[in-house]
Design a binder for this molecule. Sequence first.
Ligand code: TRP
Length: 456
Amino acid sequence: MTRTREHWGSRIGFILAAAGSAVGLGNIWKYPYMAGQHGGAAFTLIYLICIFVVGLPILLAEFAMGRRTQLNPVGAFRTLSGNKTWKWVGFLGVSAAFIILSFYSVIGGWTIKYTFLALLGAFGDFTPGSDVSARMYDAFINKPFEPALWHLLFMALCILIIARGVKSGIERWSKILMPLLLVILVVLVIRGITLEGSMEGIRFLFQPKWGDLGASGVVAALGHAFFTISLGMGAMITYGSYLQPDSDLLKSGLAIILLDTAIALLAGIAIFTAVFAFGENPAEGEGLIFVVLPTLFPQIPGGSIFGILFFFLLFVAALTSAVSILEVVTAYFIDEKGWNRSRTTFLFGGIIASIGVLASLSLSGYNILSPLGDLTFFGLLDTVSYKYMLPVGGFLTAVFVVVRWGVPQFIEELISGTSLSRAPVPVVTTFFVVAGLVVAYILLSEVWVVVKSWFV
Ligand code: TRP
């Protein structure tokens, strides 16, 4: 049976969908709190360098592999390599999709809960510095069932979008949600910079304090560059596979990276202007969004509205990213097993949702890993994918282009359908070699930290 592959309806539709994948909890939740912990501007600068040195080549490689083969990651590696070994890199990606989505959607559930809390005025009498919001957050994530139910609701929304397909599911919703996200973010940035004392927040974000940036900050910046552009597990191979041959990959790739970076920086501005205006601690860590911000909204004129907008923004960003992860799994079963889209999406979306329930429960004392020590199941999924599977996937993608597919073939695909002239092979090869070395460095330093901890 031959099927006709679905394609994006327009160039802007593709850019918004891919930017929707890239812009997520990574930009609005994780980037600001990591920058807060690792010296603000110094961290930001390293992160920006990594995005362009490592992120851009690997993003373009993923797009080119997808468009060339019109297949999911497993099919793309198999077809371009002409042997059976490389397809395991694709499998690594599909497995990473299962793992990442099952904890990502737990936080996705929290964003829905917090949007409702904001709507109901639950932050109304919080004051900066008091611990009421920390208690509210702890009480919520320590409940066994409630967070799991919000997670299931979040997964249900993802499944409904993916079941509709590429054009009328992913593209349609990205075209509605991404512009909405930008408008909300701009409103929040304007509110932030017009607060008294906000400039200190801007300075924190843009004036490097090198002393606060240690080796762990550099490694975190490198790892984050991967996560934030959705690299290393074939999400961008999958989205690239729905492109027609005539699109300009370089221009689209640059647009996506610039949008992703701009949105992370804008989120940083919206958050740190408020954090500094009220003298809060920028290095609060993971609780910066769910604990500190709820105490600030009541102090800001019109704050209850801005609180609702903020958590809704976080939810929208998480949803358009989560769908891109589910699509990797769905595309694999459609292409390789010939399954139909809605059956695949409901079945595997359901399996991921069930693993996610275990991840959610593990934060509340029902941790299936508790016989093994302190590690939660949630923490395990997060660490394994974020620190290891994505960098390994990205590294192998760079190696694949250089040693197997071939840099000339990559360049051919990159410029096909455009008027770009052929870039010299040695220059492009150097980009991939540098990207590969940087990623190998992240991986080795992570492994080194673990090995060292065994001996002390
Ligand atoms: N990039 C998203 C974020 O910043 C997360 C994400 C979506 C992702 N798809 C991915 C990460 C694929 C790695 C691989 O939140």
